[in-house]
Design a protein around this ligand. Structure first.
Ligand code: BGC
Length: 256
């Protein structure tokens, strides 16, 4: 049974990594999917093909989440094309490695713009359209274990994800009366392009694997299943929470 038949979902950063897998799964569950990307469209076209192969419908839009004009247009075009937008997955994200004392204003602005400002104003546009016609909706943010956990060398990333956690908590309260739920998914170490440097460094990778009780990196599919659940009717009463998908990484402190 398809769990999201008749729904329309927007997924940002859907041309690669976790976003690609989310878009494909939503499509398999019967949702019509807006595949957002920036830059090279090849990944987005791949995602669209995979959705269509599974019998779903995917529409590609190019929108830079750091531009409020772009995100407004993304929501408007979704409504013009599909007549609604029920599910928003704020997935697009980036990280930048720099010691705190070397971090530049440009590094700070870029990471905060993509990871926090983007979801903020895209969510605002998404909500404005739903509110105008009194429709419920689902907002799912792809955050990180680093919305809670320190990540030395990635202070900008931690700021952005910590901010995303509080945005989710605040909006769960503010949007609850509109019938809109808001939740975060906090992936741990997932094998995607954001981790290319780590994946190519055997020593670092093995050290990380030792810290993961389930003994492996996560896959984008491990994350996509939770998105489907949070977007489905089964999660109707779920709002204001973060769901950690990290193979046990966050809980793994012990003395030997
Ligand atoms: C980061 C990865 C990191 C993982 C676990 C993710 O949010 O994007 O770079 O490996 O958290 O620390």
């Amino acid at each position: 049974m398809q769990r999201l038949a008749g729904k329309v979902a927007i997924v940002t950063g859907a041309g690669s990594g976790i976003g690609k897998s989310i878009a494909e799964r939503l499509g398999c569950e019967g949702a019509k999917v807006v595949v957002d990307y920036i830059g090279d469209p090849k990944g987005a076209e791949d995602t669209q093909r995979a959705i269509e192969k599974a019998g779903g419908e995917g529409e590609i839009f190019q929108a830079d989440v750091t531009s409020s004009a772009d995100v407004r247009k993304l929501v408007e075009e979704t409504w013009n094309h599909f007549g609604t937008a029920d599910i928003l997955v704020n997935n697009a994200g980036m990280e930048h490695k720099a010691a705190f004392w070397d971090t530049t204003e440009a590094d700070y602005d870029k990471v905060l713009d993509v990871n926090l400002r983007g979801p903020y104003f895209l969510t605002q546009a998404f909500v404005q359209w739903l509110r105008a016609v009194n429709k419920p909706g689902r907002i799912i943010n792809i955050s990180s274990v680093h919305e809670d956990m320190a990540f030395p060398g990635f202070s900008t990333y931690c700021c952005s994800k910590g901010g995303l956690r509080m945005l989710m908590r605040d909006l769960a309260v503010e949007l609850g009366p509109l019938g809109i739920t808001v939740n975060n998914i906090a992936p741990g170490a997932i094998a995607t392009p954001i981790n290319t440097a780590l994946l190519n460094d055997k020593e670092k990778l093995n050290a990380l694997l030792k810290k993961i009780p389930l003994g492996r990196l996560g896959t984008p599919e491990d994350v996509a299943g939770m998105v489907v659940f949070l977007a489905s009717d089964e999660a109707a009463y779920v709002t204001g929470s973060t769901f950690v998908i990290d193979g046990g990484l966050m809980r793994n402190y012990h003395e030997q």
